[in-house]
Design a protein around this ligand. Structure first.
Ligand code: DNO
Length: 391
């Protein structure tokens, strides 16, 4: 039985974590994207080929493209939608021509993943990414000044946000705002004005409209996927609930089932992200994996620890609210029926040891992820061996 494909996200030659570091960490598959191409533009063959050669020259393989971003014109299905769908299909063809057939994307409006603190100090001095409702409410109510924002939060959260706002300095507020607006670090952030304008647009689209736009996007690319052998994998919403008045459509088991059933074709798949799903108290990742596993072509493995208010930080990979043993056991079972091993990457890691002296993309430190990968790899081997010995 072949094992899962141990992978690692690499941002390209600007990534402070080098391909040699990746090799020492023990991964063989690379997860990468052309972050320098503006969202929505066609990915040129030459650029794809160059990235691929760089990866292969280091003795590694480019296993997953994460992500080919879906332009806002497609998410909102505005007048430019068809043009961007053409571009998307062309990027897929170009990727397939270079032998790349697993593609990740997300359908989160405007913002990608959202945190309120990227350096929460843990008991052992390591630093983790953190999401706090009261801090989000400070941003929403006092920086964004979104109409009706207060109504979207629990009373206690609003009270805390008011207290915090009164105590925050101008620098604190700027730091919070920068973190929330950051998105994918290498792709630039957006402004408060742009965010407010988008919130207005999504108000009229709503949850149902966004679902339809996603269905339309998928239906429009499936022929190309089937022709070229590409599998698409949608990344769940992170965190898995509506924030800042923006709808979310990939936040739960029901959402994921809806997506795969609505466009019921094999290339319409899922990137199973345990940390994103696990941050919602409505989600049980093992149960979700059992329901959608047949369409999982890529996995992000990390853990989270939530408190009573729903705030969460990214915990060690094996300990937290996600039953990583249960997830790994199920992934191994699914993988054993596959011809191609499922790639997984240790998703995020703490800043620890020498990481603390370095600047890396938030969540993508070398040693923190190395620890995560080592633990996950050990867990996989232990489970795979014990399953095999029972056969
Ligand atoms: C964060 C990542 C996300 C992910 C995209 C996929 O660390 O997991 O930015 O790459 O949402 O499109």
């Amino acid at each position: 039985m072949s094992s899962l494909l141990q992978s690692w996200r690499w941002y390209g030659s600007n990534d402070p974590v080098s391909l040699q570091d990746v090799k020492q960490a023990g991964a063989t598959g690379i997860v990468s994207a052309l972050h320098h191409i503006p969202h929505g533009e066609v990915w040129p063959l030459a650029d794809i080929q160059q990235r691929k050669s760089e990866i292969e020259a280091a003795g590694l393989t480019w296993a997953v493209v994460e992500s080919v971003p879906v332009h806002e014109a497609i998410k909102t299905r505005n007048a430019d939608c068809e043009k961007y769908l053409d571009n998307y299909r062309q990027s897929l063809r170009n990727l397939a021509a270079c032998g790349l057939t697993t593609v990740c994307y997300n359908f989160m409006p405007v913002l990608d993943w959202t945190r309120t603190n990227i350096a929460l100090e843990l008991w052992n001095g390591a630093k983790a990414l953190y999401f706090n409702w009261a801090d989000l409410a400070v941003f929403d109510m006092f920086i964004l000044k979104r109409e009706g924002a207060e109504r979207d939060y629990a009373e206690e959260v609003v009270a805390k946000a008011k207290e915090r706002y009164a105590a925050f300095s101008a620098e604190d507020l700027k730091a919070l705002s920068d973190i929330i607006l950051m998105g994918v670090p290498t792709e630039g952030s957006i402004t408060v004005e742009q965010l407010l304008a988008s919130i207005e647009i999504y108000k009229s689209i709503g949850h149902e409209g966004l679902r339809q736009n996603l269905t339309y996007f998928l239906s429009s690319i499936m022929d190309v996927c089937e022709e070229t052998g590409i599998n698409m994998t949608i990344h769940p919403d992170d965190p898995p609930y509506a924030i800042l008045g923006l709808p979310r459509v990939a936040s739960s088991k029901e959402d994921l089932l809806y997506i795969i059933e609505q466009v019921d074709r094999a290339p319409n798949g899922i990137c199973f992200c345990t940390g994103s799903l696990g941050a919602g108290s409505h989600n049980n990742p093992v149960d979700i994996l059992k329901a959608v596993g047949h369409r999982v072509y890529f996995a992000h493995l990390r853990n989270v620890l939530k408190d009573a208010e729903g705030n969460f930080y990214e915990s060690d990979h094996l300990t937290g609210d996600v039953d990583m043993y249960g997830v790994m056991k199920e992934l191994i079972a699914i993988n054993s029926k596959r011809e191609q091993p499922i790639p997984f990457r240790p998703d995020h890691g703490h800043q620890m040891l020498d990481d603390l002296q370095k600047v890396t993309n938030p969540g993508y430190s070398a040693i923190g992820r190395l620890r995560g990968l080592a633990e996950l790899r050990g867990l996989e081997m232990g489970i795979a061996r014990s399953v095999a010995s029972k056969d």
